[in-house]
Design a protein around this ligand. Structure first.
Ligand code: KG4
Ligand code: ZN
Length: 334
């Protein structure tokens, strides 16, 4: 089945063509990051307007790069939420219009579940059930995944998401936006043991990262002067390690209670190199099989939406054109 996937929930306008939910024929992502960087974060109104400009050219390019036309497309999947509502609506409306005009099935999918489904685009796929950690700019959630349409939430953040913590820390240190990638790079030259930041909510399945942000702020205040160019790598490496330690520990603990023994890590923050390394080491030590999508499939893209949409369409899940967009939408409540 050849499916066109569309993603527009935040600041990336993306379209992809995927065959049988497995093989990527094209995966086009138009990022608005440079525009939002001027404001230090995503400006929702600007994002919607940019999606409007980009959506049709991006879809055209995805078809062209896949070497197919709309005549070949057998289904359309788009992100229905969660996300910025004005942004989600642009991709969702485009998907409905195409499906209506071509008389092909349409399905609106959950963005977080899409992140998890990205792993099914890789060569090696996990067996069900598995434990999944989704770490992105908006979410830090742990699930037991029994099937594509059966995901049970085990823990989530009570305040900031992990990606948000990276972004806010980078902003505090005047490093720019988006913070995750910048910190990933700078931390490489830093000593992660230099500053001991807290590892919050130790005994809970839930996360909390806002205290960590406050700890960074207190550290900076206590230093008096802004950190020097030489100090910054140590500060960000220590901060990054505090986030990673908590993510690894809670995910491994959850996986211990899951019969499958496989762990999937997905979402934008899963592109972080140190995080990938720490998960590899921890899973190896505990005899767990680890699956992390390649970095380009961790950050927002439409191939994951097409992959997930295909699995739902195969299960006979098709939506009508009055399906609304959702700004909040917990996985498992489809
Ligand atoms: O999944 P995603 O692309 O969008 C959302 O659904 O939110 O995740 C974006 C988040 C941002 O907070 C960004 O800073 C973070 O993922 N991120 C990273 C890295 N690449 C992206 N965080 C840490 N290290 C990275 N290499
Ligand atoms: Zn995302």
């Amino acid at each position: 089945m050849l499916v066109l996937g569309i993603e527009s929930s935040c600041d990336e306008t993306a379209a992809a063509v995927v065959s049988d939910g497995r093989r990527i024929l094209s995966n086009v992502v138009a990022s608005q990051v440079d525009l939002h960087a001027l404001y230090g974060g995503v400006v929702p109104e600007i994002a919607s307007r940019k999606h409007m400009e980009a959506i049709l050219p991006v879809i055209d390019r995805s078809l062209e790069e896949a070497g197919v036309s709309l005549d070949d497309i057998e289904g359309v999947a788009a992100t229905r939420g969660p996300g910025l509502i004005g942004s989600v609506l642009v991709g969702l409306s485009a998907a409905k219009a195409i499906a209506f005009a071509r008389e092909i099935p349409f399905v609106g999918v959950n963005h977080i579940a899409g992140h998890i489904a990205a792993i099914f685009l890789e060569e090696k796929v996990p067996p069900f059930p598995f434990t999944a950690l989704v770490v992105s700019g908006g979410h830090t959630n742990i699930y037991t995944v029994e099937d594509f349409d059966r995901m049970r939430l085990l823990g989530q953040t009570r305040d900031d998401a992990a990606g948000e913590a990276f972004d806010k820390a980078a902003k505090m240190l005047g490093l720019g936006y988006p913070g995750g990638v910048i910190i990933d790079r700078l931390a490489e030259q830093g000593d992660a043991e230099r500053i001991r930041f807290p590892r919050p909510m130790k005994n809970s399945p839930d996360f909390s990262f806002s205290g960590l942000k406050t700890a960074l702020l207190s550290y900076l205040k206590q230093c008096g002067e802004p950190p020097t160019q030489d100090d910054i790598p140590h500060v960000v490496a220590s901060f990054q390690q505090a986030i990673i330690d908590v993510l690894v520990e809670k995910t491994i603990r959850a996986a211990g209670d899951c019969p499958g023994g496989a762990v999937v890590v997905a979402g934008g923050v899963a592109a972080n190199r140190r995080l990938r390394q720490c998960f590899r080491e921890a899973c190896e030590a505990d005899g767990l099989d680890l699956y992390i999508p390649s970095p380009a499939l961790c950050t927002d893209n439409a191939a994951m939406i097409a992959a997930y949409g295909t699995r739902l369409l195969e299960k006979g899940i098709v939506h009508s054109f009055d399906l609304n967009a959702l700004s909040r939408w917990p996985v498992g409540m489809d």
